[in-house]
Design a protein around this ligand. Sequence first.
Ligand code: NAI
Length: 339
Amino acid sequence: MAIKIQQAGEFTGFEQVIRFQEDSSGLRGFLAIHSTRLGPALGGVRLKAYASDADAIEDVLKLSRGMTYKCALAELPAGGGKAVILDHAGMVRDAAFRAFGELVESFEGRYRTGPDVGIHDEDLRNVAKATRWVADESDPRLGDISMHTAIGVWHGLRACLDHTGIRTATVAIQGLGNVGMRLAEIVHREGHSVLAADVDPQRVAQAEARFGARAISPQRITAEECDVFAPCALGGVVNRATIPELRCRVVCGAANNVLESLETGDELRRQGIVYPPDYLVNAGGVIRGGEYFLLNSDDSLPSIEKIYARTRNILRESEQSGEPTARIADRMAESRFRG
Ligand code: NAI
């Protein structure tokens, strides 16, 4: 397979941003390496039908940058990268993911990939046919990445509950996918109530049956009265349009780039809504992947549990200083990866 690679442009603050294409499989996409200053760039691959190449580039830049911040705050010896594959009808899925594996292999470990939105286990198995540098969950030693993410979100969420003094919470989960469904399971097991919204009604029905969840329309979930709004679908859900309608005390979920902008985080703080930064609480998966890849560890649960203390510390600091949590977290991460 012949993969064509070209620089996608110069982007300030990024080490490398490429466009890739493999014609026989229809593979097309972008890969960004934000920083390898602390170690190899970790970051999954996302499959999505983007409206334009500009949208795909914007996504890959935001996501790869977020990975650098996430790894730095999680104290991993790793940096941030990400890949997005453009979903389209002409793509031959198996062959495209094998070709993507070859692309990953060509980075010789400088970029290491894993699952993100739209990726199935089978896709990663195809990637793994061409590269060692993939968190392929068919290795039982690695374990379930999304479960590790959900456990990390839970530690962040319970830190928010302890911070606010909420004992029994109603948690509104937007998106019952790999992480959201597992989070629903934990929240239910821990004795809290689940409100569930997904564009896929079967997933909602499953949450109703398994966790006694109450179904909420996906259009209404941001305006639903609850203790915790847990975005576990896509990013940007806390924005100028949704902030006025939020009726929760805490926003804490798995989605990357929950805030439309840093200013949105400032507004959340003004409204008294507790928000632990997304990349702090959703780091469980990358902590597992990073420790497996880089430290050869068998068990990352103790490291993931540290998300609880980090979240409490940032919430306390924000309360004392008045500075919004997203800005505190950015500063802490930057001081690590910029040295
Ligand atoms: P997924 O693709 O398995 O699940 C997403 C779910 O959201 C699907 O069930 C989908 O039907 C639903 N959905 C899509 N649009 C929706 C809408 N408008 N309203 C309600 N539901 C909607 O993805 P996954 O892996 O669970 O990831 C969820 C989020 O967490 C993403 O933002 C991802 O970047 C982030 N994340 C995932 C990690 C992981 O370990 N899987 C790690 C860190 C972050």
